[in-house]
Design a protein around this ligand. Structure first.
Ligand SMILES: [Zn+2]
Length: 149
Protein backbone atom coordinates (compact mmCIF):
# COMPACT_ATOMS: atom_id res chain seq x y z
CA UNK A 1 0.00 0.00 0.00
CA UNK A 2 1.45 3.36 -1.01
CA UNK A 3 -1.06 6.13 -0.44
CA UNK A 4 0.64 8.71 -2.60
CA UNK A 5 -2.61 10.10 -4.00
CA UNK A 6 -2.35 13.05 -1.66
CA UNK A 7 0.85 14.20 -3.34
CA UNK A 8 -1.06 14.98 -6.53
CA UNK A 9 -2.58 18.17 -5.23
CA UNK A 10 -6.09 19.24 -4.44
CA UNK A 11 -7.76 18.06 -7.63
CA UNK A 12 -7.59 14.43 -6.60
CA UNK A 13 -7.80 13.94 -2.87
CA UNK A 14 -9.62 10.63 -2.81
CA UNK A 15 -7.94 8.01 -0.61
CA UNK A 16 -7.68 5.43 -3.38
CA UNK A 17 -5.60 3.14 -1.16
CA UNK A 18 -8.84 2.36 0.70
CA UNK A 19 -10.34 0.89 -2.45
CA UNK A 20 -7.12 -1.05 -3.04
CA UNK A 21 -7.53 -2.48 0.47
CA UNK A 22 -11.13 -3.44 -0.31
CA UNK A 23 -12.55 -0.69 1.91
CA UNK A 24 -15.40 1.39 0.46
CA UNK A 25 -14.73 5.04 -0.38
CA UNK A 26 -17.52 6.59 1.66
CA UNK A 27 -18.19 10.33 1.82
CA UNK A 28 -16.99 10.61 5.47
CA UNK A 29 -13.70 8.86 4.61
CA UNK A 30 -13.13 11.15 1.64
CA UNK A 31 -13.98 14.24 3.72
CA UNK A 32 -11.69 13.03 6.54
CA UNK A 33 -8.83 12.40 4.12
CA UNK A 34 -9.23 15.84 2.49
CA UNK A 35 -9.18 17.47 5.90
CA UNK A 36 -5.99 15.64 6.91
CA UNK A 37 -4.23 16.72 3.74
CA UNK A 38 -5.35 20.34 3.99
CA UNK A 39 -4.48 20.61 7.70
CA UNK A 40 -0.72 20.16 7.12
CA UNK A 41 -0.16 19.78 10.86
CA UNK A 42 -0.61 17.33 13.71
CA UNK A 43 -4.19 17.30 14.97
CA UNK A 44 -5.72 16.58 18.34
CA UNK A 45 -8.81 14.39 18.52
CA UNK A 46 -11.01 17.36 19.60
CA UNK A 47 -9.74 19.32 16.56
CA UNK A 48 -10.58 16.43 14.27
CA UNK A 49 -14.03 15.94 15.79
CA UNK A 50 -14.83 19.66 15.55
CA UNK A 51 -13.65 19.84 11.93
CA UNK A 52 -15.72 16.77 11.01
CA UNK A 53 -18.76 18.21 12.83
CA UNK A 54 -18.42 21.39 10.73
CA UNK A 55 -18.49 19.15 7.66
CA UNK A 56 -21.61 17.31 8.77
CA UNK A 57 -19.88 14.19 10.10
CA UNK A 58 -20.68 12.90 13.58
CA UNK A 59 -18.35 12.11 16.44
CA UNK A 60 -18.64 8.31 16.19
CA UNK A 61 -17.85 8.36 12.47
CA UNK A 62 -14.89 10.69 13.10
CA UNK A 63 -13.54 8.26 15.72
CA UNK A 64 -13.96 5.36 13.30
CA UNK A 65 -12.07 7.28 10.59
CA UNK A 66 -9.18 7.98 12.99
CA UNK A 67 -9.06 4.30 13.95
CA UNK A 68 -9.30 3.07 10.34
CA UNK A 69 -6.57 5.38 9.03
CA UNK A 70 -4.40 4.59 12.06
CA UNK A 71 -4.90 0.85 11.53
CA UNK A 72 -3.92 1.30 7.88
CA UNK A 73 -0.71 3.04 8.96
CA UNK A 74 -1.34 6.40 7.29
CA UNK A 75 -2.06 8.18 10.57
CA UNK A 76 0.41 8.11 13.47
CA UNK A 77 0.03 9.48 16.94
CA UNK A 78 2.48 11.21 19.25
CA UNK A 79 2.28 13.25 22.46
CA UNK A 80 2.97 16.96 22.24
CA UNK A 81 4.80 18.95 24.94
CA UNK A 82 1.57 19.20 26.99
CA UNK A 83 1.11 15.43 26.85
CA UNK A 84 -1.88 15.62 24.51
CA UNK A 85 -2.13 12.93 21.84
CA UNK A 86 -1.91 14.30 18.30
CA UNK A 87 -2.40 12.56 14.98
CA UNK A 88 -0.06 13.03 12.02
CA UNK A 89 -0.56 12.00 8.42
CA UNK A 90 2.45 10.01 7.21
CA UNK A 91 3.44 8.60 3.85
CA UNK A 92 3.47 4.86 4.24
CA UNK A 93 6.66 3.37 2.88
CA UNK A 94 8.75 6.51 3.04
CA UNK A 95 7.27 8.66 5.79
CA UNK A 96 9.94 10.89 7.25
CA UNK A 97 8.59 13.88 9.14
CA UNK A 98 9.55 16.44 11.76
CA UNK A 99 6.70 17.41 14.10
CA UNK A 100 6.65 20.43 16.40
CA UNK A 101 5.49 19.43 19.86
CA UNK A 102 4.19 22.93 20.58
CA UNK A 103 2.42 24.29 17.45
CA UNK A 104 2.01 20.88 15.76
CA UNK A 105 3.64 22.01 12.51
CA UNK A 106 4.70 19.11 10.30
CA UNK A 107 7.64 19.23 7.90
CA UNK A 108 8.23 16.35 5.53
CA UNK A 109 11.80 15.24 5.07
CA UNK A 110 12.90 13.73 1.79
CA UNK A 111 14.65 10.40 2.23
CA UNK A 112 18.13 11.86 2.21
CA UNK A 113 21.51 10.22 1.97
CA UNK A 114 21.80 9.93 5.76
CA UNK A 115 18.51 8.02 6.02
CA UNK A 116 19.54 5.70 3.20
CA UNK A 117 22.89 5.12 4.94
CA UNK A 118 21.09 4.36 8.24
CA UNK A 119 18.77 1.88 6.50
CA UNK A 120 21.72 0.16 4.80
CA UNK A 121 23.47 -0.11 8.17
CA UNK A 122 20.29 -1.52 9.78
CA UNK A 123 20.08 -4.12 7.02
CA UNK A 124 23.74 -5.03 7.36
CA UNK A 125 23.64 -5.56 11.12
CA UNK A 126 20.21 -7.24 11.25
CA UNK A 127 20.03 -9.27 8.05
CA UNK A 128 16.65 -7.65 7.33
CA UNK A 129 15.63 -6.58 3.86
CA UNK A 130 13.95 -3.23 4.47
CA UNK A 131 10.98 -2.47 2.20
CA UNK A 132 9.78 0.71 3.85
CA UNK A 133 10.54 3.13 6.61
CA UNK A 134 8.87 5.70 8.78
CA UNK A 135 10.73 8.28 10.78
CA UNK A 136 9.01 10.82 13.00
CA UNK A 137 11.23 13.32 14.79
CA UNK A 138 9.68 15.40 17.57
CA UNK A 139 10.93 18.80 18.63
CA UNK A 140 10.29 22.51 18.58
CA UNK A 141 10.15 24.44 15.31
CA UNK A 142 12.21 27.65 15.02
CA UNK A 143 9.17 29.88 15.70
CA UNK A 144 8.33 27.96 18.87
CA UNK A 145 11.95 27.96 20.02
CA UNK A 146 11.97 31.75 19.57
CA UNK A 147 8.63 32.13 21.39
CA UNK A 148 9.89 30.10 24.34
CA UNK A 149 13.28 31.81 24.63
ZN1 LIG B 1 6.22 25.05 16.49
Amino acid sequence: MRPQEHKRGRDDVRPLFLRQAGIPLTRPRIVFWSYLIDARKALTLPEIIEAMRERGIGRATAYRCVKLFTDLGVLRSFRDITGETCHVLVHVGDGHVLVCGRCHAVVELPAGREVVRMIRHAQAVSGFEVYGSELMLYGLCSDCRLALS
